[in-house]
Write a protein that binds this ligand. Structure first.
Ligand code: SF4
Ligand code: SF4
Ligand code: SF4
Length: 462
């Protein structure tokens, strides 16, 4: 028998549970999946088909008017038209952005986290793009940089430790740049694709499986951050995993899928910015009047390179900056790669490292990937950044709802401005990164780094 939670719209098999397994609402809010819901679902002809147990998004079928806009969005953004083969859905949430009735939503995790914080030590970490979108819902101008208030908000909501995933992004840069440099030194002309967007990685496995061996083995920033928290931070603080709830705050619904994959561990839940906004309103917190607060200092330091991970072109620029240093032992002078910024769907940049001209490509909006594959037939490219969402993570399906290019661009510009003004712009100069390698990881690509920060790409299939 299947049951339905009226609070978070999840469907599950109850087996005498007293709570919804997704949001922990009591059984007063749980009903048998009534015939009306199933019949309603069966009546949808135009809507994109979303599994009831999709890890990233849910549909409240009672709000769905079967307009078909979600299906069009999926085709326009992801190039997908998967009919009944729902396993091809990337959980990217782009369809949430255009649903006119709000029937589509991120799968709710904040109600569960809210309850668990009553009995567990809360640890959270915030992705780069979260700080430039949260202010929009509380009366700030689009693109306002709200890092200090975001940290303050999370403390007020009950998290004891608030970290910056920009640290995880810097760690990703260190490992990914090392992987790239090893390729270059070995004379490989094969392209290396970025791996930090789980929707893209799933898309590659589904649609272009021959690309699997070209994708970096690096875990994503949130997966690296949570692995370091579990293996390094918890023992250091005498904390036991069972007594802790570890949460990633992200712009991304696909991350809810990613944390369930084999080989990813340490992260219990993912809460999107849009969920965080709902939680803030539910808790009656006046965002504007929150005092400023800083990240906890163990992983509180991020470089400008880490921050721009949230915008299209950011991963590419950050990786080239550090790769140059690793290849030449010199610091790059011209570190802004203006050609890969902005909202053109496919962009490219080149840089001379030693005696190699390194060519890089950047693509966002996954539907455009085909153009990249065509370019690869004509020229050697060494590094390719792929992001599923338009504008990169600033356009993620867990951001405050928008399909406006202008808004995504303003969010991205705010991240790039922060990079430009940052004291530290290279990942390898981040003192927290230097410390974690000295204290624990030894060096990029070490055995321990490979064990906890990298994936065998076969693990990414789900
Ligand atoms: S866009 Fe929303 S309302 Fe329209 S079919 Fe899709 S889920 Fe239903
Ligand atoms: S989540 Fe992404 S892949 Fe899945 S239906 Fe929506 S737009 Fe398409
Ligand atoms: S581009 Fe960013 S927000 Fe969008 S699916 Fe990928 S990781 Fe998530």
């Amino acid at each position: 028998m299947k049951y339905y939670c009226k609070v978070c719209n999840s469907v599950f098999i109850l087996k005498d549970a007293q709570f919804c397994p997704f949001c922990l609402s009591s059984k007063d809010f749980i009903d048998e999946v009534d015939k009306e819901i199933l019949e309603h679902k069966n009546l949808l002809n135009n809507a994109v088909n979303i599994d009831l147990d999709n890890p990233g998004i849910v549909r409240d079928v009672t709000k769905c008017i079967d307009c078909g806009i979600c299906k069009e969005t999926c085709e326009n953004m992801c190039g997908l038209s998967f009919g009944n083969d729902t396993s091809l859905c990337l959980s990217c949430g782009q369809c949430i952005m255009t649903c006119p009735t709000n029937a589509l939503q991120p799968r709710n995790a904040y109600l569960k986290v809210k309850k668990l914080l009553e009995s567990k030590v809360g640890i959270c970490f915030t992705s780069p793009a979260t700080r430039v979108s949260i202010g929009e819902s509380f009366g700030y101008e689009v693109g306002s940089f709200m890092q200090s208030k975001l940290v303050s908000l999370l403390r007020k909501l009950g998290f004891k430790y608030v970290f910056d995933t920009t640290f995880g992004a810097d760690l990703t840069v260190m490992e990914e740049a090392t992987e790239l440099v090893n390729h270059l030194k070995n004379g490989s002309n094969k392209p290396m694709f970025s791996s930090c967007c789980p929707a893209w990685v799933k898309y590659a496995h589904n649609e272009y499986s021959f690309l699997n061996s070209f994708i970096s083995t690096c875990k994503s920033p949130i997966a690296m951050q949570s692995a370091i928290i579990e293996k390094y931070f918890l023992p250091k603080m005498n904390l036991v995993k069972e007594n802790v709830i570890c949460v990633a705050i992200t712009p991304c619904t696909a991350k809810k899928m990613e944390i369930k994959l084999d080989g990813i561990y340490g992260c219990d839940e993912v809460i999107t910015v849009s969920e965080l906004i709902s939680w803030t309103k539910l808790a009656n917190i006046d965002f504007k009047s929150l005092p400023d607060s800083d990240y906890d200092n163990l992983f509180g330091e991020g470089s400008g390179s880490g921050v721009i991970f949230g915008a299209s072109g950011g991963v590419c620029q950050a990786t080239l900056r550090t790769s140059y240093y690793l290849m030449t032992n010199k610091q790059l002078d011209k570190i802004d790669f203006y050609d890969v910024k902005g909202l053109k769907n496919v962009k490219e940049a080149s840089i001379i490292m030693g005696d190699i001209q390194v060519n890089a490509l950047v693509v966002h909006k996954i539907k455009e990937l085909k153009k990249v594959l065509d370019l690869l037939k004509e020229k050697t490219y060494h590094f390719i950044e792929v992001m599923n969402c338009e504008g990169g993570c600033v356009g993620g399906g867990g951001e405050p709802k928008t399909d406006s290019l202008e808004i995504k661009e303003k969010r991205a510009l705010a991240l790039y401005k922060h990079d430009k003004e940052a004291k530290i712009r290279f990942s390898y100069q981040n003192p927290d990164i230097i410390k974690i390698y000295q204290d624990y990881l030894q060096y990029p690509g070490s055995d321990i780094a490979k064990e906890i920060l990298h994936l065998c790409q076969d693990n990414v299939k789900n």
